[in-house]
Ligand binder design. Structure first.
Ligand code: FMN
Length: 382
């Protein structure tokens, strides 16, 4: 594991091991990809003022959320079609998350079933929903998630249009992937991926498969999914979900203070502030640039989680220092699995833990809750 001392090292290994269409599906961003760069810059801008001579012990990384203890304030963000990136990725990550005592979010577009992941993750499993067109089907899906032990619900609202990821367009990346000559030759160049995928069978949307019409086949899967999803969502849908789901509910993808206030008013428990990791548009603001205003307007009554661009335990510390209550990472964990399979899931978690512990120790911060005391105020005109 010394060969991969950071998430970017895992990303480089993933790039070598995956066929290009699979790597670009994971790694790419929308449009000119400047959103990816701005996401990175937003984390880099957060700096610490250390307190070296304070009394100190081992930094305490533990936190609590929704009345449950977690070993660290970070979790695995939902990643759809993860089985295309590496077979059984969701199973490996769910197991690693449970073992490490952090949450694992299962995507509505998962390629492992709700029941299988529920059995692995237990109450460390959180379920992510893209609202469905048919409310009966949606309720059934949520009831399955509850039954399988998922303890929180994330409702994603930031994909009103299909994204334009230019790498995917150039690669001819479709759902399911087209076996063009170019893609076949890329598969041939990546035998480890090809053999693992062959052994596991082509990825299927296991979570949604029960709701596909009879006679549906693999080639029409994209149409069936777009038929299942709600065409547009608004506050009535969010309020109805709030009424139906009895556990903690998080809205994922909002970035405006007035939307945050509305969520607080209707009983949402938390927001996952996110620009979807720069995948939907390169023009969206970074959550770190909105968190102060949103925090002020919701007066600490709404928990604020954050994702988009975090690649290290240091980034987790930076976001917590700027007021986040929890941080999620999507690609970081997937690079681990893509690079090293099952062992890569645990390795990514361990790297983030080590890095988080290191920065707290370095700046003399005793625990997660104290991080905001150590953040450097932006230097600006008096
Ligand atoms: C390959 C991929 C698939 C994703 N699929 C979903 C999804 O199904 N549902 C969802 O809410 N977010 C999805 N996301 C967004 C992530 O949950 C998260 O917001 C994002 O990855 C955070 O940025 P990061 O990758 O820089 O950490 C996906 C992200 C990636 C990279």
């Amino acid at each position: 594991m010394k060969k991969y001392p950071s998430v970017p090292d895992l990303a480089a290994a993933a790039r070598r091991r995956l066929p290009r269409f699979a790597f670009d599906y994971l790694d790419g961003g929308a449009g000119d990809e400047k959103g990816l760069m701005r996401n990175r810059a937003a984390f880099d801008a957060v700096q610490f003022v250390p307190g070296y001579l304070e009394p100190r012990g081992e930094p305490d990384l533990r936190t609590e959320m929704f009345a449950r203890p977690y070993a660290m304030p970070l979790g695995v963000a939902p990643v759809g079609l993860s089985g295309l990136i590496w077979p059984r990725a969701a199973e490996y990550l769910a197991a690693a998350a449970k073992k490490a005592g952090i949450p694992f979010c299962l995507s509505a577009m998962a390629t492992s079933s709700i029941e299988k992941i529920g059995a692995i993750a237990g109450d460390h499993g959180w379920f992510q929903l893209y609202p469905l067109a048919d409310h009966g089907t949606e309720k059934e899906l949520l009831d399955r998630a509850k039954e399988a032990g998922f303890s929180a619900l994330l409702v994603t609202v930031d994909t009103p249009t299909t994204r334009r990821n230019l790498r995917e367009i150039k690669n001819g990346m479709t759902v399911p992937p087209k076996l063009s000559l170019a893609n076949m030759s890329r598969i041939a160049l990546n035998p480890t991926w090809a053999l693992a995928t062959l052994a596991a069978g082509p990825p299927r949307f296991e979570t949604l498969t029960p709701y596909f019409p009879p006679g549906a086949n693999y080639t029409t899967v994209a149409e069936m999914i777009s038929g299942l999803l709600a065409r547009s969502i608004g506050w009535p849908e969010i309020e109805a979900l709030r009424k139906h789901w009895s556990g903690p509910m998080i809205v994922k993808g909002l970035l405006s203070a007035s939307d945050a206030e509305h969520c607080l008013a209707i009983g949402v428990d938390a927001l996952l502030l996110s620009n979807h990791g720069g995948r939907q548009s390169e023009s969206l603001v970074h959550p770190l640039d909105m968190i102060d205003e949103i925090g002020e307007r919701t007066r600490g009554e709404l928990k604020l989680f954050l994702d988009s661009g975090a690649r290290s335990g240091l980034d987790v510390a930076r976001a917590m220092a700027r007021g986040a209550d929890f941080v999620f990472l999507g690609r970081a964990f997937m690079y681990g699995v893509a690079a090293l399979g099952e062992a890569g899931a645990a390795h990514a978690v361990e790297l983030l833990r080590l890095e988080l512990e290191q920065i707290l120790g370095q700046i003399g911060c005793p625990d997660i809750a104290s991080l905001p005391r150590f953040v450097a105020k932006e230097a600006g005109p008096e």
